[in-house]
Design a protein around this ligand. Structure first.
Ligand SMILES: C[S@@+](CC[C@H](N)C(=O)[O-])C[C@H]1O[C@@H](n2cnc3c(N)ncnc32)[C@H](O)[C@@H]1O
Ligand code: SF4
Length: 385
């Protein structure tokens, strides 16, 4: 994959630049892998809080858990600038260090730069999830100076695929890539791309990777498709195996280590091969962070609708120590079959939402989990974990 990329018909100067960029990416990969939540999962504070500053979005991605959640709940009145400033001040006073602006599409808010600047003044590391399509030169320059870490979804290897995934005419794709380049040119400290591992994206993984490398971003992450519908399991065991093989092939050929960043049972494929590719459920389901919605109500994750109360009432401690969150962090929702598994610390039994959808209970088995595979490895005397 990378060989194809490196041997394209560019001039030697460009190739030397590409080699340098690849070297830098490798260093980045080793130094900067950790999500804030992974360092803080067991502390008295969450690693980060995600602020959904709007429900509105200019795209309509078919797989988007957030839009589906908003459709179920209905669009609500957004907190205004002063109210969000107040939320930020309360979070800062509680000792939180990382705040992520997300949505909906946060760049639809006219006051987004004001809000992020306020967050920086309060001492936060500012993270941003944006689809990147609304960036222009001026905004990219301002964001590059304010935001520590930006995650932009890459939903297709070309305009057609992106358009099919996100219901647009393909021009969004061009604008997104332009936005990514502008952020990098302006010196944004860390720009990541994230790809939801739908069937078409897994099939196009090599091309997606070439695009990622050619853009020169700092990192790329893969996400298991979080399911929404009890009757439809969007990711199969074959998909996981295909994704795992493709990621291992990239590692072998380029030395670049990319990860599946959200909850996936390590036993969905050969766990000894999947565990090194997966960050586990550490950043999901309320284990190390939570979401505040556009009206100030907290919930464990984008797609889990358990109401943890309004941040305007009890502040961060009331949300973080809510019985649901304590139970989740104590692994009280993990199924019996996962107890004693050597992968449990990171895997956490996969996705509790997927388990609930498939079995009716959050303590059920994630439909991709096959704990018998782990047991078979253990009883065969092979090392697991
Ligand atoms: C809900 S979006 C909101 C922020 C912003 N509009 C964006 O596109 O990044 C946040 C992230 O969730 C990811 N996402 C949405 N639906 C998903 C799903 N069903 N499974 C996994 N990730 C998903 C998106 O790709 C995006 O990276
Ligand atoms: S048995 Fe449970 S904890 Fe172990 S890898 Fe499978 S899903 Fe994860």
């Amino acid at each position: 994959m990378m060989k194809e990329h490196a041997s394209s018909s560019r001039d030697p100067g460009m190739e030397a630049l590409a080699a340098l960029r690849l070297g830098l990416l490798r260093v980045h990969d080793r130094l900067l892998r950790t999500l804030p939540g992974q360092r803080a999962a067991h502390r008295r504070l969450p690693g980060e809080v995600m602020l959904e500053v709007t429900d509105r979005c200019n795209l309509a991605c078919r797989f988007c858990f957030n839009q589906q959640y908003v459709q179920r709940r209905g669009v609500q009145q957004e907190l205004d600038t002063d109210a969000i400033r107040g939320v930020l001040q309360g979070l800062a006073a509680s000792g939180l260090r990382v705040v992520r602006f997300t949505g909906g599409e946060p760049l639809l808010r006219g006051d987004i730069v004001t809000l992020m600047r306020h967050a920086r003044e309060l001492g936060f590391a500012v993270w941003l999830n944006t689809n990147g399509t609304l960036l222009d030169d001026r905004l990219a320059r301002r964001l590059a100076g304010l935001v520590n870490n930006i995650l932009i979804p890459l939903n297709g290897a070309d305009a057609d695929a992106d358009g099919r995934a996100c219901g647009n005419d393909g021009d969004h794709f061009r604008r997104k890539l332009r936005g990514v380049r502008m952020l990098l040119e302006q010196g944004a400290p860390r720009v990541r791309l994230g790809t939801v591992a739908t069937g078409p994206n897994i099939a196009a993984l090599g091309r997606l990777h070439q695009l990622v490398v050619s853009l020169g971003v700092h990192d790329w992450e893969l996400f298991r498709v979080v399911p929404q519908d009890p009757d439809h399991q969007p990711t199969s065991h074959q998909d996981v195996a295909q994704l795992g093989r493709a990621l291992w092939a990239i590692r072998r050929e380029t030395g670049l280590r990319y990860f599946i960043a959200n909850a996936i049972p390590f036993c969905a494929w050969d766990p000894e091969r999947l565990a090194p590719l997966a960050l586990g459920a550490v950043a999901d389901d309320g284990h190390s962070r939570f979401v505040i919605d556009s009206a100030g109500r907290a919930r464990p994750m984008y797609y889990i609708d358990t109401d943890l109360g309004s941040i305007l009432d009890g502040g961060l401690p009331a949300v973080w120590h809510h019985p649901f969150m304590r139970r989740m962090r104590a692994l009280g929702q993990v199924p019996q079959a996962c107890r004693g598994c050597p992968y449990l610390r990171r895997c956490k039994g996969g996705s509790r939402l997927a388990a609930r959808l498939a079995t009716g209970s959050p303590r059920g088995l994630d439909p991709l989990a096959r704990p018998e595979v782990v047991r078979a490895i253990a009883s065969s005397g092979r090392r697991a974990g």
